[in-house]
Ligand binder design. Structure first.
Ligand SMILES: Cc1cc2nc3c(=O)[nH]c(=O)nc-3n(C[C@H](O)[C@H](O)[C@H](O)COP(=O)(O)OP(=O)(O)OC[C@H]3O[C@@H](n4cnc5c(N)ncnc54)[C@H](O)[C@@H]3O)c2cc1C
Length: 155
């Protein structure tokens, strides 16, 4: 079975919609990679993230906002023959998203971003207190290009 690339935005959006975690890859000032798992929100080609105000990833992203974000869903182990290691494979649907991180400091927009993140995990509505809001950093990535790939699935 061959892997297939998918190009329809609705198929890419569906894969992202089936993920609870994304992996944000960045490159530091020494040209070394750094990848961190994140919870996220997503709508209309924009990925929403939040974190503590400071940390290594923030230091890196301030200097180089370019990111490659990976989403991976529907993992299923498959074997043609259980005795043959090389016949095992992992069925999956996955997406890479390329873009630049923009930090969002505006108070009301911050709340919107937190709501976008929470909406990926629960239907509840939330209120945020001001001290907590001040302690959180929100950011967004307007995706410039996507690559979608599936293996073991028709679509
Ligand atoms: C499923 C999942 C969801 C998460 N969601 C979020 C989120 O939405 N927002 C968020 O800010 N963080 C999230 N985290 C935590 C995140 O992956 C980072 O650990 C955290 O953001 C701190 O990153 P930093 O670069 O600021 O680390 P720092 O605290 O500055 O890093 C200190 C050291 O810890 C190491 N380190 C950092 N993160 C990890 C890690 N995940 N595993 C192993 N070593 C690590 C670094 O290499 C560094 O040397 C999530 C983690 C998981 C597993």
């Amino acid at each position: 079975m061959r892997a297939k690339f998918i190009t329809l935005q609705r198929d890419i959006d569906e894969i992202i919609g089936n993920c609870q975690v994304c992996y944000v890859g960045m490159v530091d000032e020494n040209n070394l990679p750094y990848v961190v798992p994140f919870n996220f929100g997503y709508k209309d080609g924009i990925i929403y993230l939040h974190s503590a105000l400071e940390g290594l990833k923030i230091d890196i992203l301030r200097k180089n906002p370019n990111v490659c974000i990976v989403f991976s869903a529907d993992h299923k182990l498959h074997a043609q023959s259980e005795q043959v290691a090389c016949s095992y494979s992992m069925h999956y649907r996955s997406v890479q998203a390329f873009g630049e991180v923009e930090f969002v400091d505006d108070h009301d927009r911050k709340i919107e971003i937190l709501n976008m993140v929470m909406a990926n995990y629960t239907d509840r509505e939330f209120k945020y207190n001001e001290p907590s809001l001040r302690e959180v950093r929100t950011y967004q990535v307007k995706v410039k290009s996507f690559s979608g790939k599936i293996f073991g699935y028709v679509k």
